[in-house]
Design a protein around this ligand. Structure first.
Ligand code: SAM
Length: 327
């Protein structure tokens, strides 16, 4: 393994893969109510094509992959993809980001196929709030998914909560309390105003504000987390068995520690979520590119990673929706 690093000497070992642009929810911060224009079946990389890309990336030093979407579990046969990726010798961590609605059905099969862990997106603990935020979902399905994932050993199951002023910020303390009562691992994420009109109307709740509210439950002690090397800073409340993580893409960006590339559902390699620059892998793959040629393209994408995102300066008002690029 050679080890991959970008032009700012950041080691790059993590590939985040959007396996589909389709989603069974319409979360207000992610998509407009009518959804977004969908890609055709032929636009989307096949599992074999994703496997070929990951194999080439693994030879360069990628050892962690995360499957996302859209909603990855709406794509038929996802455990089969997990099995293919788990067979790549140097991939040692395969994780999934999901809304959890279909997880109860697939958790055991995914674990058996080689999935290590899951992150479940859940922004409210209220049934009617869930229907409003997702515009069509059912809270019970996601809660059942979380329990099934824990029972299947897909640990740690991390719950991702996007904090939205005026929408769910009255529940931040309730989520934090779950780290004590149920041992949940909860991560609070600042909302990024990037996915269209509805998203633009949501008020930012900064991590600083979130901490102040949560500390009404007790002092947050810094905590080291062994699994996963993402951008969250972790803490624990007194007597909690679960952890609280904070992710600050808006008020304190963490680009200096970015270790990832993204593969979009239609086979473009994205050096940065918040930049529209992409390198196409799909056409080369379908023209029969060799492993060496793919590796050259992956190295080119890595070398073009920007030093940091420019959200604060208003960049990326009209980019591709997160459902396509794997938010
Ligand atoms: N369907 C899956 C899910 O719900 O987790 C995977 C795709 S979803 C786009 C991935 C993550 O992006 C979710 O945790 C979601 O909360 C987050 N996300 C989407 N739009 C966001 C925004 N505007 N700001 C912050 N996080 C966002």
């Amino acid at each position: 393994m050679t080890g991959l690093s970008d032009s700012f000497q950041r080691p790059i070992n993590y590939l985040r893969i959007s396996v589909t642009d389709r989603c069974n929810l319409r979360c207000v911060y992610c998509m407009p109510a009518e959804g977004v224009e969908l890609m055709s079946h032929n636009d989307i990389l096949s599992y074999e094509e994703i496997h070929t890309v990951v194999k080439a990336a693994a030879e360069l030093g990628i050892n962690k992959v995360r499957l996302t979407g859209g909603e990855p579990l709406v794509r038929a046969g996802l455990p089969e993809l997990v099995r293919l990726l788990a067979g790549i010798h140097s991939i040692d961590d395969i994780s999934l980001t999901t809304n959890g609605t279909l997880l109860a059905e697939y958790a055991t099969e995914l674990k058996e196929a080689g999935l290590n862990r899951v992150n479940v997106s859940l922004d409210t603990l209220k049934p009617d709030g869930f229907e409003q935020i997702t515009r069509c979902g059912n809270l019970e399905d996601t809660l059942a998914g979380i329990e099934a994932a824990r029972a299947a050993g897909l640990n740690p199951v991390k719950i991702n909560v996007v904090a939205m002023g005026g929408i769910n910020d009255d529940e931040l303390v309730d989520f934090a309390a779950k780290t004590v009562s149920d041992g949940w691992h909860v991560r609070f994420i600042e909302h990024m105003p990037v996915n269209g009109d509805d998203s633009g109307l949501i008020k930012l709740v900064s991590v600083k504000e979130m901490r102040q509210r949560i500390e009404t439950l007790g002092k947050l002690e810094p905590w080291k987390v062994d699994v996963g090397n993402g951008p969250a800073k972790y803490f624990r409340l007194p007597d909690a068995t679960g952890t609280i993580g904070f992710i600050t893409p808006v008020t304190e960006h963490f680009c200096y520690q970015c270790n990832r590339l993204r593969l979009t559902a239609d086979g473009k390699l994205r050096p940065c979520l918040l930049s529209e620059d992409e390198i196409d892998l799909r056409e080369p793959l379908r023209q029969g590119a060799s492993a060496e040629e793919l590796k050259n393209l992956i190295e080119k994408a890595t070398a073009s990673k920007p030093q940091g995102h420019r959200l604060a300066e208003g960049a990326r008002k009209k980019g591709r929706p997160f459902s396509q690029v794997g938010g």
